[in-house]
Design a protein around this ligand. Structure first.
Ligand code: PBG
Length: 326
């Protein structure tokens, strides 16, 4: 009888046996925690569509950074929500912009923490787009100049990694050149190489106050239906000198994560975005899913799909649960 079929269950008989054949491990080292910083004093304000995620003013940020470090998380990515917005997003590249100030502080408090800066203009422009507007169109090349200024100012503030999320063409080449010219030859670029125009960013846009005031982002972010275009985007960022490639969002794009991983030899990051986080939190609050189990399963699945690292709002929860398991 057993000659006619395989007994796969032999390797599932006990926990120890299952451990022996486990192919994928999630580790706290894989996690990058996104943090939102705001101007003002004594602000620790929960984002309503992202339970457990807060806006922090700089004087309250240290407690969050200490917690991250205690949990063993090795990297954060900083987002800024400025008070002042204008047509050219001036606060994005101001020496004392919110992210520049936050970066300097974080590097003081936790010099060993890999501190990434998201390089984009949408939180800083009054129109909410990721670049300069000409005739209601987001102009590519004039946006590049401002993005380079933003990246250099972030590196000057001490950012360890520049993570440009704007989806202008040529942004990696421009930023690499700008960083090198300013002497930051050792600051890597983690390119949001494959970023889709996604509904899964909804809660982030509430959190970052970055909803476009007219139109949408479809002339620069990618069509969710496209796969080959993702490979073209990734290939050009590799050619332009990216050090790491990101796929964003994560859950609905696991095939893309795998394909980027298989086609390029750079480390791959997956951005487990705000909408993905909000869905789990909402269902867990109703008792419809087991939050711990489903979150660890999701993150492990992203690693299995090929992600070397994961940007996730669940990083602190996951780090806590992983600790309990050991
Ligand atoms: C800025 C940016 C966005 C996210 C990260 N950087 C939003 C957007 O493009 O609208 C989304 C992150 C998330 O949803 O968690 N360009």
């Amino acid at each position: 009888m057993s000659a006619y079929f395989q007994r796969h269950r032999r390797l599932r008989t006990t926990a120890a046996m299952r451990n022996l054949v486990r192919e994928t491990y999630l580790h706290t080292n894989d996690l990058i925690y996104p943090i939102f910083t705001v101007e003002g004093e004594n602000v620790k304000h929960e984002i309503s569509s992202m339970p457990g995620v807060f806006h922090y003013s700089l004087d309250r940020l240290e407690e969050e950074i200490q917690e991250v470090v205690e949990l063993g998380i090795q990297s954060v990515i900083l987002f800024g929500v400025p008070n002042e917005k204008d047509a050219c997003g001036r606060e994005a590249y101001a020496e004392n912009g919110i992210v520049q100030q936050a970066t300097r502080k974080v590097k003081q408090w936790a010099p060993q923490l890999v501190t990434m800066a998201d390089t984009c203009l949408c939180q800083y422009t009054d129109h909410g787009h990721c670049g300069m507007i000409h005739d209601e169109y987001v102009d590519n090349d004039s946006s590049l100049e401002l993005l380079v200024k933003t990246a250099v100012s972030q590196a000057q503030a001490g950012a360890d990694v520049i993570a440009p999320s704007n989806m202008m063409d040529g942004f990696v080449a421009a930023i690499r050149q700008g960083l090198d010219d300013a002497g930051f030859i050792n600051v890597p670029v983690m390119s949001y190489a494959v970023k889709y125009a996604s509904q899964f960013y909804g809660p982030f846009r509430d959190a970052a106050h970055s909803t476009p005031q007219f139109g949408d982002r479809k002339t620069y972010q990618m069509d969710p239906a496209n796969r080959l275009e993702a490979m073209r985007e990734a290939a050009s960022d590799v050619a332009e000198g990216a050090d790491m490639l990101m796929v964003k969002p994560a859950l609905a794009y696991m095939d893309i994560i795998r394909e980027v991983k298989d086609n390029f030899d750079l480390p791959v990051a997956a951005y487990n975005v705000s909408g993905e986080y909000a869905m789990i939190k909402a269902a867990a609050q109703r008792g419809w899913v087991d939050e711990k189990g489903i979150t660890l399963e999701m993150l492990t699945g992203l690693k299995r799909a090929g992600a070397d690292m994961i940007l996730t709002y669940s990083a602190k929860d996951a780090a806590r649960w992983l600790k309990e398991q050991n």
